[in-house]
Design a protein around this ligand. Structure first.
Ligand code: HEC
Ligand code: HEC
Length: 145
């Protein structure tokens, strides 16, 4: 409820800053209200940038935030876009701000982290993007070492 009120405030602020004739775009208020713009049922690659961001906001973050936080509550207390995309507003993937990995040699990493990536992050990310289970492998997010 509080989030919805905060979002409504944000939307009206945004509206006030732009031309008074232009209504706020639906995606701006898509925090769970009934006015969420419906995404077309097409592959991720066919969505435009705004729609990709909306899918991230409405689908990817709500699904993966609790998973990352359950894995490591302290590290991921502030889970959000920047957890995967870094500080860049360009949202390019893979993201060089994440640790570079060699998917064929993961011995340097904690097994618990690797398992979480293999068993939760990779299949969930693929599912959320509407792809086959191997459709978002390690190198979808991490650069190769
Ligand atoms: C769990 C990791 C994760 C989180 C969190 C996340 N994203 Fe993404 N995002 C991805 C991945 C992976 C891709 C690339 C998908 C692909 O094409 O393979 C992507 C792609 C994108 C793209 C498309 C970029 C392009 O060049 O086409 C945008 C825009 C985007 N994300 C925005 C966001 C926003 C905004 C948020 C927060 C609301 C967010 N993302 C949160 C993983 C994430
Ligand atoms: C959807 C994006 C995404 C995919 C796919 C992904 N990762 Fe990650 N990975 C992350 C994020 C985000 C973190 C947390 C980074 C942080 O905050 O330190 C992370 C952390 C890690 C870590 C811990 C690094 C550290 O500093 O302790 C390892 C190891 C890792 N990933 C390996 C993998 C492997 C192996 C795969 C493929 C099986 C994979 N990742 C797939 C996004 C991804």
């Amino acid at each position: 409820m509080r989030a919805a009120v905060a979002l409504a405030g944000l939307v009206s602020l945004t509206g006030a800053c732009s031309s008074h004739r232009s209504a706020p775009k639906p995606a701006h208020g898509s925090g769970g209200g009934s006015a969420v713009a419906v995404l077309p049922d097409v592959p991720f690659a066919d969505l435009d940038r705004e729609q990709r961001a909306q899918l991230m906001r409405d689908v990817v973050v709500p699904a993966l935030k609790p998973r990352f936080q359950a894995h490591d509550p302290a590290k991921h207390a502030g889970f959000g876009c920047a957890t995967c995309h870094g500080a860049s507003e360009r949202f390019e993937m893979p993201n060089p701000a994440l640790p570079a990995i060699d998917p064929r040699d993961l011995t340097a990493w904690h097994a618990r982290d690797v398992e979480f990536m293999e068993r939760v992050v990779v299949p969930e990310m693929a599912r959320l993007l509407g792809r086959a289970p191997d459709g978002a492998g390690c190198l979808a997010c991490h650069v190769r070492k």
